[in-house]
Ligand binder design. Structure first.
Ligand SMILES: NC(=O)c1ccc[n+]([C@@H]2O[C@H](COP(=O)([O-])OP(=O)(O)OC[C@H]3O[C@@H](n4cnc5c(N)ncnc54)[C@H](O)[C@@H]3O)[C@@H](O)[C@H]2O)c1
Length: 253
């Protein structure tokens, strides 16, 4: 029996570790050809092998999603090989430290905005012609609980929360523009997830406090977010566009 996403080409940015890795694995398991856009190819190659060993299909391109030239050239290569792009998951993002506003330089502001917001704009702009041609597409932006407002139980980082709030606005505006072409655009907003990056940026005590204060009494996992992405990528979600799915153990409802 063919898998639900057989024949679907899905680009996942930042898809080789953390939440992106889980999304890539779940898409591949459902039969999608997963195309990783990763800054470095080492982790991506490991994941490609893992997916292939499980009988799935994957490949990787070295792409800095803040670099328009690299994005456009990689998308051209994908189209030469795979002919169409059906799904785009804009997952690359994040930040590494918390600074009070007085210490946020313009360069830091631009870096966080570029990685979490402008990258989704440039990636979407690059793949949309193919989606329009085929009158089908699913764009899924990974936003954050921080898009809803400051974290009620932990520290918040101003440029990041602002960029992710912008990403949700971008999602809705793009959804309206692309609706007539059969392309849906939605976002998924994970709550704090214990990925390697987050474990470095937050202390264990604050993570435990966040888990204790969540209605579901836990942090969310990469898999929780991946399952929401899988749903939005599916044929069955074809009537849903311009929404944000919160995956945060009930911290923000
Ligand atoms: N972990 C959390 O608590 C959490 C919560 C809410 C939202 N998110 C969002 O989920 C997404 C994934 O987060 P994560 O915690 O898994 O992060 P992560 O750091 O584990 O993974 C991010 C991935 O993006 C890649 N990446 C970073 N900059 C890139 C660039 N310029 N070009 C290409 N790839 C780049 C990294 O190499 C990595 O593979 C991010 O958008 C993040 O903002 C994470």
């Amino acid at each position: 029996m063919s898998k639900p996403l057989a024949g679907v080409n899905a680009i996942v940015t930042g898809g080789s570790q953390g939440i992106g890795e889980s999304i890539s694995l779940d898409l591949a398991e459902q039969g999608a050809n997963v195309i990783l856009f990763s800054r470095g190819l080492d982790a991506a190659a490991v994941l490609v092998s893992k997916i292939e060993a499980a009988g799935g299909q994957a490949c990787a391109y070295a792409v800095d999603v803040c670099d328009e030239t690299q994005i456009n050239s990689a998308v051209d290569s994908v189209l030469e090989t795979d002919k169409k792009i059906d799904v785009l998951v804009n997952c690359a993002g994040g930040f590494s430290e918390f600074f009070p506003i007085e210490q946020v330089s313009n360069a830091e502001w631009d870096l966080v905005m570029g990685l979490n917001l402008k990258s989704a704009f440039m990636m979407s702009r690059a793949v949309i012609p193919s989606m329009k041609l085929h009158q089908f597409g699913r764009i899924i932006n990974i936003a954050s609980i921080a898009a809803n407002g400051p974290n009620p139980y932990g520290r918040s980082y101003l440029p990041y929360g602002t960029a992710k709030a912008g990403l949700i606005g971008f999602t809705k505006h793009l959804a309206k523009e692309l609706g007539p072409f059969g392309i849906t655009v939605n976002s998924v907003s994970p709550g704090t997830t214990g990925t390697e990056r987050v474990l470095k940026a937050r202390d264990a005590e604050s993570l435990k406090k966040m888990a204790d204060q969540a209605p579901l009494k836990r942090l969310v996992t990469p898999k929780d977010t991946a399952q929401a992405v899988l749903f939005l990528a599916s044929q069955g979600a074809g009537g849903i566009t311009g929404i944000n799915i919160n995956v945060n153990a009930g911290v923000v409802m």
